[in-house]
Design a protein around this ligand. Sequence first.
Ligand SMILES: NC(=O)c1ccc[n+]([C@@H]2O[C@H](COP(=O)([O-])OP(=O)(O)OC[C@H]3O[C@@H](n4cnc5c(N)ncnc54)[C@H](OP(=O)(O)O)[C@@H]3O)[C@@H](O)[C@H]2O)c1
Length: 291
Amino acid sequence: MITVMGATGHTGKRITELLLQAGEQVRALGRSESKLAGLARAGAQVLAGDPTDAAFLTKAFRGADAVYTLLPYEVQTIDYHAAQKAQGEAIVKALHDSGTRHVVALSSVGADLPSGTGPIVSLHAQEARLRGLEGANVLILRAGALFENFYGALGFIKEQGINGDAVAADVAIPMIATRDIAEVAAKALRDRNWSGVVVRELLGPRDLTYAEATRILGARLGKPDLAYVQLSYTELVEALQQAGFSENLASLSAELAQAFNERRVKSREGRKPESTTPTRFEDFVEELASV
Ligand SMILES: NC(=O)c1ccc[n+]([C@@H]2O[C@H](COP(=O)([O-])OP(=O)(O)OC[C@H]3O[C@@H](n4cnc5c(N)ncnc54)[C@H](OP(=O)(O)O)[C@@H]3O)[C@@H](O)[C@H]2O)c1
């Protein structure tokens, strides 16, 4: 039995599907039974509950050979780090109380740094909590920026006729498809062939600048002249708040853009075959364009 948190989301849903296809028993977690119904039909045992409730999570993790964890968020979160801390502490308490031996935890490139990386600071803190789990084997997956972030850019492109962010046009960032993270996570959850705390970077097929990603996206959307415009940090905060982000998360996103611009958020190990994943941005935009 393998327990998967965030099972209705990008990585968790795909992990659940891959595990079911491989004949594993899966306990899929989410906050609502109705959103989990498809996975129940596909053969998962589904459990709906509050992922900040350590007692719920302990029940969900107990008896599992391995658990997949992540720290999801909503863009309206008023105090982002406080919310992530509450979730992170509940997860680690539940892993401890349930005696879980193998954990695969989604984290991010940049989580090696304790501060100055916006939302990623919470993942640094979660990695530290996970390292404190005695007797557990924890695989930390430090993923690059998710291709799926570009879903959020579609509205801006439609309204403004440009793509904009505060990251400089020439800063190349590791970017990855969530399905590639899911492949690695599902295999690890099945194999359970590591011991202690292991960090693995997942970097996508190559580093991409926003300017290049915008060109690829524009070409597929039939807008070959779609421009990437670097916004000021203040402009980014305003644009994100207009798109529904809380002031706190908009400011943290600007802090992250600055960290990219100062080349502080990057691979620590350098690109290697085992951190390079197959899905290209060109493949992903086919899916994005259909939306
Ligand atoms: N964005 C990036 O570029 C980036 C880069 C590296 C790592 N990451 C990490 O990747 C994570 C996202 O992974 P993902 O894409 O697989 O997740 P996701 O699809 O964003 O969310 C997974 C599930 O979590 C639940 N959820 C959403 N908001 C929640 C909240 N406020 N409290 C509790 N549950 C909530 C939802 O399920 P239900 O509604 O069914 O409960 C959702 O389907 C990020 O949170 C971050 O830690 C992100």
